[in-house]
Design a protein around this ligand. Structure first.
Ligand code: KG4
Ligand code: ZN
Length: 371
């Protein structure tokens, strides 16, 4: 069955067609229209602006996802302005949409579009939790076959709004065993980038600068690893962000002639040390929890899992410290917000309870929906 999935929880308008089977979920098409270029001049996502752009983008994005899945490989691709949604609706068996957590005005655009399409096309309709979507990106299949995660699994969810360690004893069984007490990991990347004046969103920019760090300042700066050796599985990133702020203010006073800017080599070295501090804490707590709960798989989920060093170092650490545990990380393009992951989560919801196909979910968005 083809699932049309829609995701608009923050600043990405996305639609995808996916199909599930015993070997995971196959992506037939995936369209992500990012608004980063619009929001970066404000230094972050402006909810009003995001919602207005979702309204503009949603129908073309859905149209393109359907067109790419079923028509664009054929002769019809030569014809312009085709309403693929209209002709493609017969191919779709289910419509899935993110209905929380996220920005309420953004969520509403996706949810109302999905609801309207389901009503007019007479299709079943299901609402999906955004964090569940991030976790199920680990069940997306890119090549012919993948080994699927085994339970119990431990998921490290690291996004712009969430940082949590979630124990899954089976599909849809979630127990949060630790979480951030203040900022989320992605939020810390974004705020530190703001302090350094290097742009938005912080994660990809910091990661790129950290890779370029080869300077006389190598390993000169030392930032704290908050709560790394505590007995619980919680995190805290707000103090780390403040430590960067103090360091930057000191350096600006002592090193830079121009109070407003630091040399690029220093900025790159701070990025490297900050990124490593976040990674050290995330990995230490994940490995400790994996041992404590004797899990078989470790899953990485959320936008921060696109981070090259985190992906590499977590994979290496699991190999050396946990011989019987496999680690799973979504392909980089499916770490940040996308509709394919929502389709994957929908497939497993339907598999667990086919009754969903007989009823139409009530449209209800919940900006604070917890797993
Ligand atoms: O999951 P996501 O796309 O949206 C939310 O659900 O929040 O995550 C966005 C977050 C942002 O804070 C962004 O800075 C961070 O993910 N991010 C990264 C990287 N790419 C995106 N953080 C670190 N390294 C990256 N390469
Ligand atoms: Zn997300």
């Amino acid at each position: 069955m083809n699932i049309l999935a829609i995701e608009t929880s923050c600043d990405e308008t996305s639609a995808a067609i996916v199909q599930g089977d015993g070997m995971g979920v196959k992506i037939i098409s995936s369209i992500v229209s990012s608004q980063i270029n619009i929001h970066k001049k404000y230094g972050g996502v402006v909810p009003e602006v995001a919602a207005r752009n979702h309204i503009k983008n949603i129908i073309p994005v859905v149209n393109k996802a359907i067109g790419k899945a079923f028509y664009l490989h054929s002769e019809k691709k030569k014809q312009k302005n085709i309403n693929y949604s209209q002709i493609g609706r017969k191919e779709i068996g289910l419509i899935a949409v993110t209905s929380g957590p996220g920005l309420v005005s953004s969520l509403l655009i996706g949810a109302q579009t999905a609801d309207a399409l389901a009503y007019t096309w007479k299709k079943p309709f299901i609402t999906i939790n955004h964090i569940e979507g991030h976790i199920y990106a680990n069940w997306l299949r890119h090549s012919r076959s993948i080994e699927l995660p085994k339970f119990p699994s431990l998921c490290l969810v690291v996004s712009g709004g969430h940082t949590q360690l979630v124990l899954m004893r089976n599909h849809h069984s979630y127990k949060t065993i630790g979480q951030t007490r203040d900022d989320a990991a992605g939020e810390a990347f974004d705020k530190v980038a703001q302090i350094l004046g290097i742009g938005y969103p912080g994660g990809p920019i910091i990661s790129k600068l950290a890779q370029s760090s080869e300077s006389e300042y190598k390993e000169k700066f030392h930032l704290p690893r908050p709560m790394m050796n505590n007995n619980d599985f919680d995190f805290s990133f707000s103090g780390l962000k403040t430590a960067v702020l103090y360091l930057v203010n000191d350096l600006k006073k002592n090193i830079s002639d121009d109070f407003n800017s630091l040399p690029k080599s220093i900025v790159a070295e701070i990025c490297k040390e900050f990124q490593q501090a976040v990674i050290d804490v995330l990995i230490a707590k994940t490995i400790k929890a994996a041992k404590a709960f004797k899990v078989k798989s470790i899953l990485l989920a959320g936008g921060v899992s696109a981070n090259y060093e985190l992906r590499k170092q977590l994979g290496e650490k699991v190999k050396t410290d946990l011989s019987n545990v496999s680690s799973y990380i979504p392909e980089q393009d499916f770490c940040t917000d996308n509709a394919a992951m929502i389709g994957a989560a929908a497939y497993y919801r339907i598999k667990a309870n086919p009754e969903f196909l007989k009823q139409r979910a009530k449209i209800k968005v919940d900006p604070n929906w917890e797993l």
